[in-house]
Design a binder for this molecule. Structure first.
Ligand code: ADP
Ligand code: ADP
Ligand code: ZN
Length: 224
């Protein structure tokens, strides 16, 4: 079974947290457009310079820019046996572009996992989020603290708070999600690949729900 997975959900729902675990379980790469863009901003590349003003405002970076990034990334060899897209697509136009990109490689998205969590909960999660500078692993000061304050358990990297995890930008990002990204739910429902799971509960419980969905579909497809 090849897993070509898309993780969809509002900012702070736990996509990155679960994505890293899925990557470890299935041995497939995670492609996070947010991580790629933040890295470009950090090194000050032309892409980073273009993206920064959108990201600071909590707005989406133009579709063409992110579609190009993902198109290049999907061509790499490590995506041959599956991949996890985190934070892409985020608009219908990106989803259409993704379909054309995959069509050229004779691939399709096999599973879209959509996380369902209340707005109050994602705000709580984002307000305490800390990320590792080195490996990108996410922590939360209360819900998922590292063993040592400010230090990544996995790699010893330094933890930091994202500039856009401030209240004003978070509210803007939630609005953008509701207006521009949530139409993807219907888009993928129509294609029969949508799986909605509750994003409430512990990180382990949610991981179980996702793998249940992924591995159950696998069995079904063998039966039919
Ligand atoms: P979160 O973890 O809060 O869901 P991301 O790290 O995925 O956020 O994205 C951070 C920012 O990067 C977004 O607010 C947006 O400006 C930009 N971005 C990331 N992915 C995309 C995308 N697919 N399309 C447009 N902009 C994107
Ligand atoms: P996203 O990639 O969807 O923006 P993250 O994976 O970065 O979300 O998670 C956002 C914040 O919520 C992080 O601080 C993370 O540690 C925390 N978090 C993730 N999953 C859970 C959970 N099940 N319960 C409580 N907090 C969580
Ligand atoms: Zn780390």
């Amino acid at each position: 079974m090849v897993y070509n997975i898309v993780l969809v959900g509002p900012p702070g729902v736990g996509k990155g947290t679960q994505g890293i675990r899925l990557k470890e379980r299935y041995g497939i790469p995670i492609i996070s457009t947010g991580d790629i863009l933040r890295e470009s901003v950090r090194i000050g590349s032309p892409l980073g310079k273009e993206a920064k003003s959108f990201m600071d405002k909590g707005a989406l970076v133009p579709d063409e820019v992110v579609v190009d990034i993902v198109g290049e990334r999907l061509k790499k060899k490590d995506c041959a046996d599956g991949f996890i897209l985190d934070g892409f697509p985020r608009t219908i136009s990106q989803a259409d572009a993704l379909e054309s990109l995959l069509e050229k490689q004779k691939k399709t998205i096999t599973h879209v996992i959509i996380f369902d969590v209340s707005e109050e909960e994602v705000i709580r999660r984002l307000s305490g989020r800390r990320l590792c500078k080195k490996c990108g692993n996410a922590y939360h000061v209360i819900f998922n603290p590292p063993d040592n304050v400010g230090v990544c358990d996995k790699c010893g990297g330094q933890l930091y708070q994202r500039d856009d995890d401030n209240e004003e930008t978070v509210l803007k990002r939630l609005k953008v999600y509701a207006s521009q990204t949530s139409p993807l739910i219907e888009f993928y429902q129509d294609r029969g690949v949508l799986n909605k799971i509750s994003g409430l509960g512990s990180i382990e419980e949610i991981f179980e729900r996702i793998t249940f969905v992924l591995e159950k579909r696998n069995d079904n497809s063998k039966d039919s």
